[in-house]
Each structure stands twice: as structure tokens, then as C-alpha cells.
Design a protein around this ligand. Structure first.
Ligand code: UDP
Ligand code: LCN
Length: 821
């Protein structure tokens, strides 16, 4: 174990500790570094560094001692190293969001600290030495445009942008004279709905006038019964200079007035946030989700069409509901409007993606608006992969923007983008219209492909990452706020950098070097996790609501002995609890891993049966190489471990209602859901299972590690340690046998967690609060924002546009095979 001194040293910088660490085992280290540089220039990941170290140090004890010491710690926090003899440059990440760079000279083991930019140059030397050494190579530095803006400093604050921004706004509003508060008054004066003034009119144009009027109003409201409708004192209010929007009842108006009075007296973040959450400034919202087939039925499973569609549609329903509630509580009667703008696809393949306007189900005022892609040859009929979408976006932006303004009879109040294409278009339109912009990118592509930045030239013909990363940075930097589903999406976990974190500093050798792309400590980052549709995914205990009509079919699905196109395998002992999993049959989802764990673990097999919903059974019918391999592997495992009698493998299911009942039937068996993915960004199935009251075991790699509190609301398993994971599942079922209340406690713990943190109601409330706070912050920070926008425009015009020219424009005559999801 580490001694107290080495623990102390671990809190110091690597630059301070590394020389000493190398000195401690100089003999081995010398050999080790010579080995590293032996093969010349190259990139090394942590496992390469470790592997080669192991070959150099033969003695097991010495190796163990070394790895337990400081050097082991430094190596474990190393992400990668760039070898340019005689140097090995290390990129070290001691904690999420914190990086350090050092170079070690292999000859004398001297250690020097280097900047992130120097580190990038080391990397570039490996692929493009001339460019790396060129003093005029293009450097992109978004940080330079916001040097005097606030950033947070604690890892634990990452993703809590709204509360930090409120604090910062508060400090800006502070001052002796009160003049610092004038921007707040000006902001309130600017509020209107289609020209109709809200909150205050020009009679209250200064802080002192507003404050005086508020004091009078507050006193007069105190004499009224709480439920007095606004209309009964509206007249008096108007005389004092107030307009509608303060609330629907005397009680609510009084509270709103009070919050503002507190802020005017001495600004504090709590009252400021409380006040801004009530300010009526969002009525019309536009969301962009462009690629794929965006529709409400028969679309899931089509290329590039997956979780995003579910996420956006569920989001719209929740947002409309929240908007209606807020507007009512503001004492207003306006109708909100939400538009989801996507691509119109004339080749709709039996979906409704060729319809211009489609009402969103379960909403009153929300629509999908489809705008076609146009080229010189006219409207493009066919589907285009998200990787090839860039050439159509400029025209799409113009057409969509005109259509939105026409339909909304004015500008929207909030624009939200999804994914690279949606975010880029959203940022261009928001900039043009001056609208507050939020962006979402649950799946940035950069981290999905190893070294996608360094290898951009090689990958560009297929993926066009140069366009994608450029577009992503434009959107991130334009955004007033960024919505993420988990902390790890922003800043990763202990071992894995976050998606946004990977855009902090990186290089596309030969193109540009990003010395500051986005800072994860930027207060624009906010975590707002999605939920699951609770009208569908509800607890198994809510018997009267249950979709009993599906139960016979589900009974057949799980328990019949028949093998057919929909299910194979069978369950011998029907009384045993069931462990259940459902996912696409991708390698990363690791359904085969779970099957193998189950096969290996006799104890688990004696306690439960396994049921999986995934893919289908005939690999020759799959177009996806990964899927084919997984299908074959499933068959092999069933054979190898003689699983028939204990496993039921069911083909992919598309009916959301039936699926929800399936989760509940598994709960009836006192079973559990297992999500064994090697990596999972968020994990909607985890949320769905927990909503149904089904105890859930989920991967600790990615989002689910944040969703589940281990042992309280479910369990975390480690996909890299199957034995440990399967035993953890077996322990649970063993314990349930001994203590029947245990299963219920975990089931209830899961539900409690969901209701506290993962509902669409919480999501919509959070996102609208962001819209309110950042709209004001944008105003307060106008000059800065404009300066940065000019830089972004330059980047867009001089660089992005040229990159787009490298992407071929397809025509309806060409017929290339679609890229599968
Ligand atoms: N799903 C489904 N049928 C299947 C597999 C998955 O309907 O055969 C649904 C599942 O209920 C969930 C979504 O697809 O709503 C998968 O979302 P998740 O975040 O778990 O993974 P993704 O596929 O988006 O990576
Ligand atoms: C859905 C898809 O189909 C993919 O193209 C995206 O990467 C994903 O959502 C994330 O937005």
C-alpha cells in the first residue's frame, strides 16, 4: 500500500514527482525508455507503455514494487504518449478535466513540463513534421476570445452551469450605486410576446422607480387572499407600471415580486434563479434533429435512426407540458409552439418522412416540420448518411430559417440543436436571429474512433471528420448552454476522458491545431438527464394500469418450448427468477459477454434463467459485420455451455408498449435487468427497467455508473470482470432467497432514484430554467459574445466552407449502399 509520503506526493504535479520516481528505479527506467524510443516516432497508449515495460522488467517482485510506487501512479494516469526520439512526451490526466504534459529525455531521464500546445506538436511530428515545425500552422484558440469570462475550478462543479452562472450574474449586479442593476431593468423592459409588453413598461425604466413600485405592489398584495386572480388587480398594477407575466394569483405575484425585491436590495443567486425561472421569455421553441428518418412510427432501426428520435420526441412532449404550466402560472394565455425541424425525405420508405408538417403525438401545439435538402439539381430524394450530410446544410439553414419565421410569425425564443448537423444549423440560425441557443450531442463521434483526430486524413474520405469536428466546435462555442445527459459525457470518468473534454486540445495535422476548443469548466455545461415515458414504463405493481392484453403473447415469447424466427432456446424451470437484457446486437452492448458469464457461473445458473432480446438469429441475413460476429458467437456460446433449457434468446422487439410489459413480467418473476455493455453513453434501457420496478445491474463504464447508486438503487457491474459481475448477480439472488424483502428494497430504491433524478418533468424544468438564465447572461455579456461570434464566423467562412467542398454531393441517380448505423 502507498505510504503517507507517497500519498502526499500524489497530490503534487507530475512534473514535481516524476524525476524522483524515475530516479528511484533508474536502472529499469533507462532500459524502459530506451525500449520506448527504439522503434522511432510513434504514438503509444497506456497499455502499450505497460506492455513494453513488462518485457523490460522481468522480475515480478520488482515490477510489482515499481507499479505500486509513484511511477505506477503516474503511468496509470497517463492517457497516451508521443514518442519522438530522444523524447517521450506524456499526456497525463490525474483527474477528470485536469491534464498535465511532460517530456522525458530517454538519455538522461530528465523531465520537463511542456504546454498542451507543445504536446500537440510532438504528436504532429509523428505524422507531418514539416507542418508541425511550421510557425504559421493554423492554431484555433477559442479560449483567447473569452479570457475574462468566468470558469469554474472544481471537478465537482462541472455540469452545474446554471447555478454557477447565477452566482456570477449576481456578482456582476452588485455595486454601491445600483447602476449595475440597470441591465436587469433593461432586460425586463425588453420582454414581450409578439410586441405585447410583459412584466414592466417604460414607466419603470430605472432601478429606483422599479424598486419603489415593487414595494408598493408587495404591500398591496399582502392584503389580498392568496387565490385572488391576477385580473382583479391587473388594473391597479398597470397604473403602477406593471404588465402581465408576474403570476396568475395574488400569492404567486407576491412571491415573484418578492424575489425581485430581494435581488434589487442585495443580489443573491438563490433569489435570482428563483426570479428568472418565472420570467416569461420562452413561448416558441425550435429543435433541430436533421439526419436519419425522423418520424413517429416505423422509423426506428432505419439507418442513422435510433435513440435520438425517441429522445427528441419525448423531450418535446415534456417541454410542451412544462411550457403550458409555466405560461398558466405566469397568468398568461398565450399558446406555446414547438417545432422539431428535420429533413424532408421524398424517398420515405413507408414512413411519414415525406410529410411537411406532422403534429407530435401527445401534444397540442407541437409539430415536426420537414424541409427538403436542395442541390442544383433540385430536391434530393434519397436518404444521406449523417457523415455525408454537410454539403446540404447551408441551403437547408436558409430554407428552414425562413420557414420557421413564417410559421412562428416571428423569431423563436429558444433554439436547441441535436447532434453535429442539428447543432451547426441551430447555431447558424440562432446567430442570425439573435436567439438563445442550447446544444445537445449525446454522441460526439470524435471519441468513438481511436485517434480519429490524428488519423483524420486517412478517415476523411469515409467519415468527413474534418467537417464534423469543425462543425462541432463551431456549435459548442456558439452555444449559450450545452445540455448533457451525464457528467461523464462532459468530463469522463477517472480513466476515460469525456466527449467534450476530448475537444479541449487536439490536432488535425496538416489542417489546424486546436489549442483551446472547449473548456469543460465552462459554466455553459449542464447535466439534464433524459427520462423514460412514464405512461408506458410504470411499476409492475400498478396492476390496474398494466397492459394485460400483451401478457399471453409475452408468456409465449418467454416460456413456450417452440423455437422459431422470434425465439430460440427454452426455459426448463419456469419458476426460477429471470435475468433479462435487451439491446442492439452490437459488440459494445456485450450481450454475448453476459451469455458467457451466465454459462460460466454454475451458481448463477442454478438460481436464475436468462432471457435476452437482441438482434436476430441468422447471421447470413445481417448486413453489419459486427452483428454477424455477435450472432455467430451467441450460437456458439449456447452450444458450448449447453444453455438450452436455461436461456431464451428473443429477436429484436419494436413495440414499446409490449416491451414495457415485458420488463414488468420479468419483475413478476422477481428477476432483474442486466445491462452489461462494454461502454454505454447513457443507457435508456436502464431507465426503462428501473421505471418498471425491476432491480437493475448495469455497466460501470459510462452513464449508468451515475444513474445507479451501487447497492441502493441497483448494482454496478464491471464488464471487464465477468466473474466478479456474475457472482455479484448470483449473490443478489441468493440474498433474495434468504431475505425476501431484499428484492423489494432494491426495486423501490431504483424507483426512488428515478423519481428523484431521471424524469422528463425534471428534464424539461431544468432545460427551461437554462433558457431563462442564459438568455439574461447572454444579454449581460453581449459585447464578449459578439466578439467571439465574429471569430466563429471567420472560422466558418474561411475554413469550414472549404472543408465542406471536399464532401461529394450525391444525386438521386447514384446508388451507393447506405452506411449502416
Ligand atoms: N430497444 C427496442 N428493441 C430492441 C432493443 C432496444 O425497442 O430490440 C429500445 C430500448 O427499449 C431503448 C432503445 O431501444 O428505448 C435503446 O436505447 P439505449 O440508450 O439503451 O441504447 P442505444 O441503442 O440508443 O445505444
Ligand atoms: C441517433 C442516431 O441515429 C445516430 O445517428 C446518432 O449518432 C445518435 O442518435 C446520437 O444523436
Amino acid at each position: 500500500a502507498a505510504s503517507p509520503t507517497s500519498v502526499m506526493k500524489r497530490s503534487e504535479s507530475v512534473l514535481d514527482t516524476m524525476p524522483e520516481a524515475l530516479r528511484q528505479s533508474r536502472y529499469h527506467m533507462k532500459k524502459c525508455f530506451l525500449k520506448y524510443v527504439e522503434k522511432g516516432k510513434r504514438m503509444m497508449k497506456l497499455h502499450h507503455l505497460m506492455q513494453e515495460m513488462e518485457t523490460v522488467i522481468e522480475d515480478k517482485d520488482e515490477k510489482a514494487q515499481l507499479l505500486e510506487g509513484l511511477l505506477g501512479y503516474i503511468l496509470c494516469t497517463t492517457q497516451e504518449a508521443a514518442v519522438v526520439p530522444p523524447y517521450v512526451a506524456f499526456a497525463i490526466r490525474p483527474n477528470p478535466g485536469f491534464w498535465e504534459f511532460v517530456k522525458v529525455n530517454c538519455n538522461d531521464l530528465s523531465v520537463d513540463g511542456i504546454t498542451s500546445t507543445d504536446y500537440l506538436k510532438f504528436k504532429e511530428m509523428i505524422t507531418d513534421e514539416t507542418w508541425a515545425n511550421d510557425e504559421n500552422s493554423l492554431e484555433i484558440d477559442f479560449g483567447a476570445m473569452g479570457f475574462n469570462l468566468p470558469t469554474m475550478s472544481l471537478s465537482s462543479s462541472i455540469g452545474n452551469g446554471v447555478s454557477f452562472t447565477s452566482k456570477f450574474i449576481t456578482s456582476k449586479l452588485h455595486g454601491q450605486s445600483g447602476s449595475q442593476l440597470q441591465p436587469l431593468v433593461d432586460y425586463l423592459l425588453s420582454l414581450n410576446h409578439q410586441g405585447e409588453k410583459l412584466m414592466i413598461n417604460d414607466n419603470l425604466s430605472t432601478v429606483s422607480k422599479l424598486q419603489a413600485a415593487l414595494i408598493v405592489a408587495h404591500a398591496s398584495l399582502s392584503t389580498l387572499p392568496n387565490d385572488t386572480p391576477y385580473q382583479s388587480f391587473e388594473h391597479r398594477f398597470k397604473e403602477w407600471g406593471f404588465e402581465k407575466g408576474w403570476g396568475d394569483t395574488a400569492e404567486r405575484v407576491r412571491e415573484t415580486v418578492r424575489f425581485l425585491l430581494e435581488v434589487l436590495q442585495a443580489p443573491d443567486p438563490i433569489n435570482l434563479e428563483a426570479f428568472f425561472c418565472r420570467v416569461p421569455n420562452i413561448f416558441n421553441v425550435v429543435l433541430f434533429s436533421i439526419h436519419g428518418y425522423f418520424g413517429q412510427s416505423n422509423v426506428l432501426g432505419l439507418p442513422d435512426t435510433g435513440g435520438q428520435v425517441v429522445y427528441v420526441l419525448d423531450q418535446v412532449v415534456a417541454m410542451e407540458e412544462e411550457l403550458l404550466l409555466r405560461i398558466k402560472q405566469q397568468g398568461l394565455s398565450f399558446k406555446p409552439q414547438i417545432l422539431v425541424v428535420t429533413r424532408l425525405l421524398p424517398d420515405a420508405k413507408g414512413t411519414k418522412c415525406n410529410q411537411v408538417l406532422e403534429p407530435v403525438l401527445n401534444t397540442k401545439h407541437s409539430h415536426i416540420l420537414r424541409v427538403p435538402f436542395r442541390t442544383e439539381k433540385g430536391i434530393l430524394r434519397k436518404w444521406v448518411s449523417r457523415f455525408d450530410i454537410y454539403p446540404y446544410l447551408k441551403k437547408f439553414t436558409q430554407d428552414a430559417s425562413a420557414k420557421i419565421v413564417e410559421m412562428m410569425e416571428g423569431k423563436p425564443d429558444l433554439i436547441i440543436g441535436n447532434y453535429t448537423d442539428g447543432n451547426l444549423v441551430a447555431s447558424l440560425i440562432a446567430n442570425k436571429l439573435g436567439t438563445t441557443l442550447g446544444t445537445i450531442a449525446h454522441a460526439l463521434e470524435k471519441t468513438k474512433y481511436e485517434d480519429s483526430d490524428m488519423k483524420w486524413k486517412q478517415l476523411d474520405p469515409k467519415y468527413h471528420f474534418s467537417c464534423q469536428f469543425t462543425a462541432d466546435m463551431i456549435a459548442m462555442n456558439s452555444a449559450d448552454f450545452i445540455i448533457t445527459s451525464t457528467f461523464q459525457e462532459i468530463a469522463g470518468s477517472k480513466d476515460r476522458p469525456g466527449q467534450y473534454e476530448s475537444h479541449e486540445s487536439f490536432t488535425l495535422p496538416g489542417l489546424y491545431r486546436v489549442v483551446s476548443g472547449i473548456n469543460v469548466f465552462d459554466p455553459k455545461f449542464n447535466i439534464a438527464s433524459p427520462g423514460a415515458d412514464q405512461t408506458v414504463y410504470f411499476p409492475y405493481t400498478e396492476t390496474p394500469k398494466r397492459f394485460t392484453t400483451f401478457q399471453p403473447a409475452i408468456e409465449e415469447l418467454i416460456f413456450s418450448k417452440v423455437e422459431n424466427d422470434e425465439h430460440i432456446g427454452y426455459l426448463e424451470d419456469k419458476k426460477k427468477p429471470i435475468i433479462f437484457s435487451m439491446a442492439r446486437l452490437d459488440t459494445v452492448k456485450n450481450i454475448t459477454g453476459l451469455t458467457e458469464w451466465f454459462g460460466e457461473n454454475k451458481r448463477l445458473r442454478s438460481l436464475v434463467n436468462l432471457v435476452v432480446v437482441a438482434g436476430f438469429f441468422d447471421h447470413s441475413k445481417s448486413k453489419d459485420r459486427e452483428e454477424m460476429t455477435e450472432i455467430k458467437k451467441m450460437h456458439l456460446l449456447i452450444e458450448k455451455y449447453q444453455l438450452k433449457g436455461q436461456i431464451r434468446w428473443i429477436a429484436a422487439q419494436t413495440d414499446k408498449n409490449r416491451n414495457s410489459e415485458l420488463y414488468r413480467c420479468i419483475a413478476d418473476s422477481k428477476g432483474a435487468f442486466v445491462q452489461p455493455a462494454l461502454y454505454e453513453a447513457f443507457g435508456l434501457t436502464v431507465i426503462e427497467a428501473m421505471n418498471c420496478g425491476l432491480p437493475t445491474f448495469a455497466t460501470n463504464q459510462g452513464g449508468p455508473a451515475e444513474i445507479i447508486v451501487d447497492g441502493v438503487s441497483g448494482f454496478q457491474i464491471d464488464p471487464n470482470y465477468g466473474n466478479y459481475s456474475s457472482n455479484k448477480i448470483a449473490d443478489f439472488f441468493q440474498k433474495c432467497k434468504e431475505d425476501p424483502g431484499y428484492w423489494n428494497r432494491i426495486s423501490e430504491g431504483g424507483l426512488k432514484r428515478i423519481y428523484e433524478c431521471y424524469t422528463w418533468k425534471i428534464y424539461a424544468n431544468n432545460v427551461l430554467n437554462m433558457g431563462n438564465i442564459y438568455a439574461f447572461w447572454k444579454q449581460l455579456n453581449k459585447e464578449q459574445k459578439e466578439a467571439k461570434q465574429r471569430y466563429i464566423e471567420l472560422f466558418y467562412n474561411l475554413h469550414y466552407k472549404n472543408l465542406v467542398r471536399t464532401v461529394p454531393i450525391t444525386s438521386d441517380e447514384d446508388n451507393p449502399a447506405p452506411v449502416s448505423k
